[in-house]
Design a protein around this ligand. Structure first.
Ligand code: IVH
Length: 819
């Protein structure tokens, strides 16, 4: 043996071993990169010494040079199809649901003259049928099904499928073996291929089946090699030089023993009786979505080979086997309109209205298009013919457009010089206003979802908005649970939050009566009266006041009334401004003091407050800028809602709202806080900056790129006005600051820890009182704690306070301290 010969043999042995470890044993011992490295070495060796290239060399896996066309090959044994049967999964009785299956089993048993038939059952793979021919153990041909009598010779492509052995794994191979099976692409490989296609600007494949077919029928097998195809064998078509297995199960076991990937035993049990078959069918429908590959049904085959021979064939299909098909998950239909739906959180979702089509077992008339980018990417337009997919219980979606069928403008419109006709409809785009309430639509940078800016004023969102508004940590409206809110909204008593404050006792009672009538529950008021009349209820007579059927409504009204003067922070939180949670609301209230100030604060001012970034600031300013929200808030004020704790702005604003800090928050490119303070040293106010002409800007002593960005900013028509408005706002605010910047609140600077149960105050109430008086409440006791307020069952915190010598208060003492 020469050295190249020895090395080539060694490489082939290693590569075959690694391949088998990977595909048959599912236990790779080396990383992919090592396999690739050895494969390249073998290729190089074979290029230098072509005589070394074996007919089963692993280097065949990389694909041969492109062909001009595929040769046609005849199938010695025709590639048949299966007859199909369907079940109507909507039907309620087993006999109706599975009528076709029952008839099939009856026919088999009648023709065989037996009581029970045994079937080998397995998934029906949604790929493409191929025939593989092994002579003396060597893979010599791979072919497609074609018309069943002859197909295309795709041997080079088949050899690139790494799970298909190039040589059978046996020392005593049969002289001839023809295997039938399905080439398919796993869902995961399909997703990867499609994202690569899109990244390259190529078209995505509609589904794994199309991707598998497209990949296998590449004239350039090197392309096939880069796609990841898989294979499952399900039958033997020819066998010489070995005993033919006596059942279908043994046939597949035999293939598996030769190293050919076949349906694993747990996926192909042998079953008898229609109940068992139907059970398998239904189990596979349920598993369908979670399988790693697509299946479109299951296949039942009479297991015994002798019985198969008895049953024989009809025209182009065996009589011993049948495909039990699932409802199709994809279908073609046309787009009649593209609407926009507003969700309960304000998210805008484009929805395709479709000509009704039966898919996934139901009739579908709408399909989601997810978001604006998706519509653009798929370029779905009104009038288009589209593939619709509904898999399992998922929402139907538009998969892709059949561009060749896009409606074009009538030819009379097209002029001589236009190269092609023009589509009748333009590309779709999201409307600028919410289709429900007309508020403007916002799409934050980096977000795929666009939202209606009128959250709180938008009908589509009102149920959610009111639930939030009434919540315990927001307006805390006692007695207003979700059930009442839903009824009030559904029955039209409440359109926006302000309506809550105008409800009367009569409204509530009427609402309850209508809700009961709608839900078919007996009217409580009526039945109470009826019982009184027939003198059955002594209880009711004894305590009529406590059990009046109007008590709940009175309670609810007083709950609503009690929420009229909320702390400002709670009111701000209750408005449901995107990105504004409890702590941001508190920051706004603490620093700005009044609702009016918060409402009119420009984004740059808001962004100068602690812990409020640009996105949150923009969201707040945007919310209050929306006219619908303005009206809703005005309406709320008009209905008598007023924050209880409005106060002068915080003295800390004097520092926070320095011109340099504000300038740095105007989103002027390159104007960092340091540059902004250098700028302010030269132009000492925002007003002065707003008045500068371009020449003076250019003359500023700042780096050129900063000066240029600033000049460009000031050239925008709205910029100077924006600066002036900001300056005026800030000046107004600073004027309201208390004369000397010292905190005059009773508990300013004092820190508290609450522990145990107080006799009358809840934790939240005690905290609110302390904070209102300027104190801070923290969760754990330390040397810095000024007071521990202890109630009943106080535990370790109290012990720690004692140990550290911290002053301990009970509720009464706390009240004294609060004044
Ligand atoms: S047995 C005589 N088993 O379904 C045909 N076919 O409609 C024997 N198929 O062309 C086919 N999965 O491509 C069989 N587990 C399976 C199958 C299967 C998919 C395909 C096959 C065939 C078609 C028949």
């Amino acid at each position: 043996m020469t050295e190249p010969e020895r090395r080539a043999a060694e490489l082939a042995t290693l590569l075959n071993r690694y391949n088998r470890e990977y595909y048959q044993l599912d236990a790779p011992s080396v990383p992919d990169a090592e396999y690739d490295r050895l494969l390249r070495e073998l290729e190089a060796l074979e290029t230098a010494h072509p005589e070394l290239k074996a007919p089963d060399s692993p280097s065949l896996r990389v694909g041969a040079a492109p062909l001009a066309a595929f040769d046609s090959v005849r199938h010695d044994t025709p590639m048949l199809s299966l007859s199909n049967l369907f079940s109507d999964m909507e039907a309620s009785s087993f006999a109706t649901r599975h009528a076709e299956l029952i008839a099939f089993d009856e026919r088999i048993r009648r023709e065989l003259g037996i009581h029970t038939a045994s079937y080998a059952v397995m998934p029906k793979f949604d790929g493409l049928a191929v025939s593989l021919i092994y002579r003396d153990g060597l893979l010599v041909q791979g072919a497609t099904r074609g018309d069943g009598s002859s197909g295309e010779n795709v041997s080079e492509n088949i050899r690139t499928i790494r799970s298909i052995p190039l040589r059978l794994n046996t020392p005593t191979p049969p002289a001839l073996l023809e295997v039938r099976g399905e080439v398919l692409m796993f869902k995961q490989d399909f997703e990867r291929l499609n994202s690569e296609q899109l990244a390259r600007g190529d078209k995505a494949f509609v589904n794994p089946r199309n991707a598998a077919a497209g990949s296998l029928r590449q004239l350039d097998a090197r392309i096939t090699a880069r796609r990841h195809l898989s294979f499952f064998a399900y039958a033997i078509a020819q066998l010489d030089g070995a005993a033919w297995p006596d059942s279908h199960q043994h046939e597949i076991d035999y293939l598996q023993s030769l190293g050919i990937p076949a349906v694993p035993p747990e996926r192909r049990p042998v079953l008898s009786g229609v109940e068992a078959l139907a059970g398998y069918y239904e189990a596979m429908i349920a598993q369908r979505a979670s399988l790693p590959y697509d299946i479109d049904g299951v296949v039942y085959k009479v297991d015994s080979r002798a019985q198969q021979d008895t049953l024989g064939f009809v025209s182009r299909a065996p009589r011993f086997a049948v495909a039990h098909k699932f409802p199709a998950e994809e279908a073609l239909t046309t787009v009649e309109a593209i609407d926009v739906q507003v969700g309960r959180t304000g998210a805008l979702t484009p929805v395709a209205r479709l000509a009704p089509v039966f898919v996934g077992g139901v009739t579908v008339t709408n399909a989601t298009l997810h978001n604006e980018d998706e519509v653009r990417r798929k370029d779905v337009r009104v009038g288009d013919t589209v593939y619709v997919r509904r898999a399992g219980d998922v929402i139907p979606e538009v998969v892709s457009v059949v561009l060749a069928q896009r409606p074009q403008q009538a030819s009379a419109d097209a002029d001589l010089f236009s190269p092609a006709s023009t589509p009748r409809y333009p590309p779709w785009s999201l409307p600028a206003a919410c289709p429900v309430c007309g508020s403007h639509v916002v799409r934050e940078a980096g977000e795929s979802i666009a939202r209606c800016a009128g959250g709180f004023a938008c009908q589509a969102q009102r149920m959610q908005a009111i639930r939030h508004f009434a919540g315990r940590r927001m307006m805390d409206i006692e007695g207003l649970g979700e059930k009442h809110i839903d009824n009030l909204v559904d029955l039209g008593y409440v359109h926006r939050v302000a309506d809550l404050y105008r409800l009367t006792l009569a409204d509530l009672l009427e609402m309850k009566r209508r809700a009961d009538a709608r839900d078919n529950t007996p009217d409580e008021a009526e039945s109470a009266l009826a019982q009184l009349a027939i003198g059955q209820s002594a209880d009711l007579l004894a305590a009529p006041l406590d059990k009046t059927p109007t008590r709940w409504a009175e309670n609810l009204l007083s709950g609503i009334a009690a929420s009229r003067q909320p702390p400002l922070a709670r009111l701000l939180f209750a408005l449901g401004i995107r990105h504004v949670g409890e702590s941001t609301a508190k920051t706004l209230a603490d620093y700005l003091g009044t609702l009016e100030t918060v409402r009119h604060a420009p984004a740059a001012l808001l962004a100068a407050l602690p812990d409020i970034g640009a996105v949150v600031a923009a969201s707040i300013a945007d919310f209050f800028a929306e006219a619908n929200n303005e009206h809703a808030i005005d309406d709320l004020l008009a209905a008598g809602v007023t924050p209880a704790d409005e106060h002068a702005p915080s003295p800390e604003l004097a520092e926070l709202l320095s011109p340099a800090r504000l300038l740095a928050r105007l989103a002027i490119p390159r104007l960092t806080e340091i540059r902004a303070s250098q700028l302010v040293q030269q132009v000492n106010s925002l007003e002065a900056l707003a008045a500068l002409d371009r020449r003076s800007v250019i003359a500023l002593a700042l780096p050129a790129e900063v000066v240029n960005a600033l000049a460009d900013y000031l050239d925008q028509p709205r910029a100077r006005a924006q600066l002036q408005a900001l300056a005026a706002q800030v000046a107004g605010l600073l004027q309201q600051l208390p004369a000397q910047a010292q905190d005059t609140k009773a508990l300013a600077g004092q820190s508290f820890v609450l522990t145990g149960t107080l006799p009358t105050l809840s934790r939240d109430e005690a905290r609110a009182l302390i904070e209102a008086a300027g104190g801070k409440v923290s969760g754990s006791v330390s040397k810095k704690t000024h007071y521990v307020v202890a109630g009943e069952a106080a535990g370790s915190k109290l012990e720690k306070a004692v140990a550290l010598g911290v002053t301990i208060l009970d509720e009464a003492a706390l009240r004294v301290l609060l004044g």
